[in-house]
Design a protein around this ligand. Sequence first.
Ligand code: FE2
Length: 184
Amino acid sequence: MCRCPRTEESIFRKRILKLRARLQHLPSTAIRLMKRTPELHGLSEDHHDALVLARKARRAGVGEGALSFTEAWAEVEARFASDLEPHFGVEERVLAPLLEARGASEPVARLLAEHQALRDCLHADDERTAASLLQFGQLLEQHIRFEERELFALAEEVLKPHELAAVGMARPHSRERNHLRRRT
Ligand SMILES: [Fe+2]
């Protein structure tokens, strides 16, 4: 059977379209209920926390919720450094090369581009406004949905058990659980 990169890419594209069709009807709250292979549980827990942060940012960005937009921005910056950057690092250093090796270059490119777009939202020179907070919250939510519904579903389908284990083991375990579920 031909395993050239072009053929593999079209196989992955078909798999992604199938996964997308299967999962697109799910509400966002279903993400945490989706069955996930045990190796990816830790990263999926991170995703749940990130969704809570995204919601908090979106609400503060439109003047709702318990936090002002300046308070919410401060929390976003702290959580980005303590939680999101380490999480992105695992996906970029470990998960992305494994998927790339299987020809899944399109979803990997999207993963990297969205991580960069999120980092750009926190550029030090930019003013922290309610509008930029709202934009960050929307981007983060869309990104997490993409990862849970497409990227991780694809990883479960195409990676070998020892590769999934390597991804799970790369996640920092010492990190304390945060308080994102509070004060929403
Ligand atoms: Fe992620």
